[in-house]
Design a protein around this ligand. Structure first.
Ligand SMILES: Cc1ncc(C[n+]2csc(CCOP(=O)(O)OP(=O)(O)O)c2C)c(N)n1
Ligand SMILES: [Mg+2]
Length: 790
């Protein structure tokens, strides 16, 4: 690893930096422990200490040292920079720094930069009614909570893409670095284009420990660690030490070198057109966990060990020795030198700091972007398929969407604010038209056989759903737009990341100062019903269930039944802010049901009666409902059978495109009012509902509705394999023949009258079984079925 020896700091600058760092450490400890006497102007008493001591000290002094020095770099160079805190449990450190630079009091005027403000700053931390312990949405300058570890680097790169002047400093916990998502995300450097993207400076915070264990990377020796980072394509710099004055010099010298190097890489790419993949610098920052904290507590070593992780003096309120040690610890930072009589930080710590938007807490990139703008969207109506009669046209919905997305890409090219991410599936998901106007970005070696790879593409593919998700989140949180296209089953890989993003959005909605950010849009295709190549391992429609657990104000789920509805829904999603939008749509050729005007209306309604398919004259015997493209086909096929065999039966066909319409309006803002729901689904007629995913979700959403006891849902019941498309439906009892039987079994009095029809359904299913097993194909009447009502 490179070591940059040097003493770039004169005596004064060293003094300024060290005072700033001590102040940040003092304020961090104060937040963890104190509710009063913030400046220690009187002897510390038990009642000054919080009754519950909650927070994390261990990582904090390192984070503070880095923040201090990055502020120096910003001030000297006018560098646009944000700070991503992987170990987000070091929340008090970030709050302390943001308070010192003045941003905190601007965002929260009730917390002034004075003694009274400091008292509130301390008390509110991890306190009922106060602020969370992590680098949460409440923390100015944060786009990354760092609560669930593993996403810092992918968030940092997401923020850096298409922000050519931005450097994202990204602290990675050495424990965090053990996670799968973090391990994969080092490779982001193969996707960063130095000509149009900014830079990420990863700083591996090698403090040696996690909560109760050493970290792997701290115990493999420098040679292996260096080889690992070199192997990931970085140039590692080592900054190591426990003597503050020496580390200040070393860190300042290293950062000076590194920022020159970043500027040079960018200059060569931008001015000389160098396309060779650069070896970007990164830092291994090896300092003690809990640095400057108590060395020994109750006879055991704390500083420099895992014991420093949370609260080193855990009994400071009740135990006199702990209280004395706390006071000694806090006084070791010499607060009387750091704060003036009013409690404000002395000029020595603040006069050299960056000002205005260059302060990392105030940087607009970390609050929805420096110049956020809406996408320019070509009129999707011009891209629709012609549908002279329902079902009369066949289209591959995602391919149709691809044509529009291609032009979305072009329309916004000059703003460079739209990206499509996915794990190797853009073409397989039939969005390949976008590659007519852009490429897949790739800084690795490119061979003649490769297609659509280039240094400057706007489509991003890496086989790590975590990295895709992290990139996109970072991109959105800094005010740009995107779409994540993913195999439905494997979207589950990012379940936990979605949880975190949903929490982030829910909290930011309540913070007036946070700008809305473009929504996180998923296109789940290659879905459960059409996994012809793959089978059971690729069949799982449960991501929707997962998302539906989130707070109703942030999630939206759409199941467009055909190409035109998919266009309309996607347009809506790309215009929206602060949501997680999930769109489930197939890529295989399928019937188009609605012409563009009807599609737009249907999407606005969210669910509606398809009159052209119904014969109920306002008084149905049964309601057949569908949500999802394949269920829609089965419901219509079942309807045509019923209308042919039982022409007196009055069938109402309902289609649901916006799943939240099913919920009570008390639970979701999109919920259909009860009276409208009752009018459409009736309160007393059987409803046979074919749903794309797990049936229980439809029950969950409708359990408060009057007619819920009459609702019978078919869907995926975890029966999967590699078989014919229709056999998948039969295996899950969601095929048209089962639906017809469901109707016969449920409409009062029908069972006896329609006994022979029912028997025919059973017979067809037997024939289906025999035919598929013999020929490998579905029955001709299934394959060739078209909507032609009697
Ligand atoms: C994914 C995940 N797993 C487990 C935890 C619980 N946890 C919180 S902090 C921590 C140790 C982190 O160690 P490190 O990344 O080295 O951070 P630092 O030493 O800087 O505190 C763990 C395991 C978590 N927050 N996220
Ligand atoms: Mg650690």
């Amino acid at each position: 690893m490179e070591v940059v020896n040097g003493t770039p700091l004169g005596a004064d600058e060293l003094k300024h930096l060290d005072a700033h760092w001590r102040a940040a450490n003092y304020l961090s400890v104060g937040q963890i422990y104190l509710m009063d006497n913030p400046l220690l102007r009187e002897p510390l008493q038990p009642e000054h200490v919080k009754p519950r001591l909650l927070g994390h000290w261990g990582t904090t002094p390192g984070l503070n040292m880095l923040y201090t020095h990055l502020s120096r770099v910003i001030a000297r160079r006018g560098q646009d920079m944000i700070y991503v805190t992987g170990p987000g449990h070091g929340g008090p450190g970030l709050v302390a720094n943001v308070w010192l630079e003045g941003t905190y009091s601007e965002v929260y005027p009730n917390i002034g930069r004075d003694a009274a403000g400091m008292q509130k700053l301390f008390k509110q931390f991890s306190f009922p009614g106060g602020i969370p312990s992590h680098v949460a949405p409440e923390t100015p300058g944060s786009i990354h909570e760092g609560g669930e570890l593993g996403y810092s680097i992918s968030h940092a790169y997401g923020a850096a893409f298409d922000n050519p002047n931005l450097v994202v400093a990204c602290v990675v916990g050495d424990g965090e670095a053990e996670t799968g998502p973090l391990a994969a995300s080092w490779h982001s450097n193969k996707f960063l284009d130095p000509t149009v993207d900014g830079a990420v400076l990863p700083i591996l915070h090698l403090n040696g420990y996690k909560i109760a264990n050493p970290t792997v990377l701290a115990r493999i020796g420098d040679e292996e660690l260096s080889a690992l980072m070199t192997g990931y394509g970085y140039k590692p710099y080592l900054v190591e030490g426990d003597d503050p004055a020496a580390v200040h010099q070393l860190l300042a010298a290293t950062l000076d070198t590194i920022f020159d190097e970043i500027a040079e890489i960018q200059r060569r790419a931008r001015e000389e057109g160098v396309t060779e993949r650069p070896r970007w610098p990164m830092i291994v920052f090896r300092t003690p966990k809990g640095w400057t904290g108590p060395k020994v507590v109750d006879g055991v070593p704390v500083e420099g060990t895992w014991r420093a992780h949370q609260v080193p003096l855990s009994a400071a309120r009740g135990d006199a020795a702990h209280l004395a040690a706390l006071e000694e610890w806090m006084r070791s930072y010499r607060p009387e030198e750091l704060f003036d009589d009013s409690g404000a930080p002395q000029p020595v710590l603040t006069q050299w700091l960056p000002t205005a938007d260059l302060r990392m807490g105030a940087n607009p990139h970390a609050n929805g972007g420096r110049s956020p703008r809406s996408l320019e969207l070509p009129d999707y109506r011009d891209y629709g398929v012609k549908v002279p009669v329902p079902g009369g046209t066949t289209a591959e919905p995602t391919r149709v969407l691809g044509g529009w997305l291609r032009d979305v890409m072009t329309a916004n090219d000059r703003h460079r604010n739209f990206r499509i991410v996915g794990p190797d599936e853009t073409e397989s998901n039939r969005l390949g038209a976008v590659l007519e106007v852009t490429d897949k970005v790739w800084q690795g070696e490119i061979k003649p056989v490769d297609a659509h790879l280039s240094r400057h593409g706007r489509v991003m593919e890496i086989l790590s759903e975590h990295t895709c998700q992290g990139w996109l989140e970072g991109y959105l949180l800094t005010g740009r737009h995107g779409l994540f296209s993913c195999y439905e089953a494997f979207t589950h890989i990012v379940d936990s990341m979605v949880n975190q993003h949903a929490k982030w959005l829910a909290v930011t909605r309540e913070l007036g100062w946070r700008r809305p950010v473009p929504s996180l849009n998923y296109l789940l295709t290659s879905h459960v019903w059409r996994q012809d190549h793959n089978g059971f391992s690729h069949q799982d429609p449960g991501f929707v269930d997962h998302v539906m657990n989130k707070r109703s104000e942030v999630v939206r789920v759409y199941l467009p039944p055909d190409a035109n509805t998919l266009l309309s829904i996607t347009d809506h999603c790309l215009r929206s802010r602060d949501y997680i939008n999930v769109i489930v749509a197939g890529k295989q050729p399928g019937p188009s049901w609605l012409d563009m005007d009807a599609a737009v209306l249907h999407c606005v309604r969210g669910l509606g009666i398809w009159e052209w398919a119904s014969n109920d004259d306002g008084d149905p015997d049964v309601v057949l409902a569908a949500a999802g493209d394949i269920p829609t086909i089965e419901v219509l096929a079942a309807t045509s059978i019923l209308r042919e065999y039982l022409p007196d039966l009055k069938v109402r066909v309902v289609n649901v495109v916006n799943l939240m319409r099913l919920q009570s309006p008390k639970e979701h803002p999109h919920g259909l009012p009860d009276a409208e729901f009752d009018a459409i689904f009736t309160t007393d007629r059987p409803v046979v509902f074919a749903y794309h995913g797990y049936p229980m979700l439809i029950h969950r959403l409708t359990y408060r509705r009057t007619g819920h006891e009459h609702l019978h849902v078919r869907g995926y019941k975890e029966e999967g394999t590699t078989t014919t498309p229709f056999d998948m439906l039969v295996m899950n009892d969601m095929d048209r023949y089962h639906l017809v039987m469901d109707v016969i079994d449920r409409v009062p009095g029908l069972a006896r009258r329609a006994a022979t029809v029912r028997q025919q359904m059973v017979d067809i299913l037997a024939r289906h079984h025999e035919h598929t097993r013999r020929t490998g194909e579905d029955l001709p009447e299934v394959v060739n079925w078209e909507w032609r009502p009697a």
